[in-house]
Design a protein around this ligand. Structure first.
Ligand code: AMP
Length: 173
């Protein structure tokens, strides 16, 4: 499966100078979506994963598939202000702008190994923020999965220790 052919690239979105890799074109391609989900699940077949942390919003779609297929708890990392219960939160810088993510505190069980799932790794700031939350409650990061990686933004410096797995890497724009 050549995912590069499936991923829609939108120049200058959401800001001039950003090449936006749009994975909604993977979700609309049933064969590509099945390939991504099957490959993702297979990539962790030999590892102990106790639960999934899926990042809003495209990460939710992948995380839900993983959790369903493997019968694991699915915990959502949501943008600030969306979760009604007590949360842990972490602010971070994006490739463009900054943001805060929150996770329900009672769901983020200590001592468990959590796999973090998103659609794309740019600077790694988002995933690092989630990894920090996991570690702040005494839990462990089992791994990081994303469809796309932009290694030229040096995300390995931030999250390399968690062995991120990506299915397509882009080396520049
Ligand atoms: P980062 O924290 O820099 O790794 O940014 C990752 C988050 O921002 C992911 O949730 C992506 O969906 C989104 N993102 C950042 N850069 C891009 C891009 N060039 N194309 C599509 N999504 C992006």
């Amino acid at each position: 499966m050549d995912l590069d052919k499936v991923i829609r690239k939108v120049p200058d979105f959401p800001k001039p100078g950003i090449l936006f890799y749009d994975v909604t074109s993977v979700f609309t391609n049933a064969e590509a979506f099945q390939y991504v989900v099957d490959t993702m699940v297979e990539s962790y077949s030999a590892q102990k994963v106790d639960g999934i942390i899926a990042i809003e919003s495209r990460g939710f779609l992948l995380g839900a598939c993983f959790a369903y297929k493997k019968g694991l708890p699915l915990v959502l990392a949501r943008k600030k202000g969306k979760l009604p219960g007590k949360t842990v939160s972490e602010s971070y810088d994006l490739e463009y702008g900054s943001a805060t993510l929150e996770i329900h505190k009672e769901d983020l069980l200590p001592g468990k190994r959590w796999l973090i799932i998103d659609d794309l790794i740019a600077t790694g700031g988002t995933l690092k923020a989630v990894a920090n939350m996991i570690e702040s409650v005494g839990a462990e990061v089992a791994g990081i999965f994303s469809i796309i990686g932009l290694p030229f933004l040096r995300y390995h410096d931030k999250i390399g220790q968690y062995n991120p797995i990506t299915l397509v890497d882009y080396e520049g724009e």
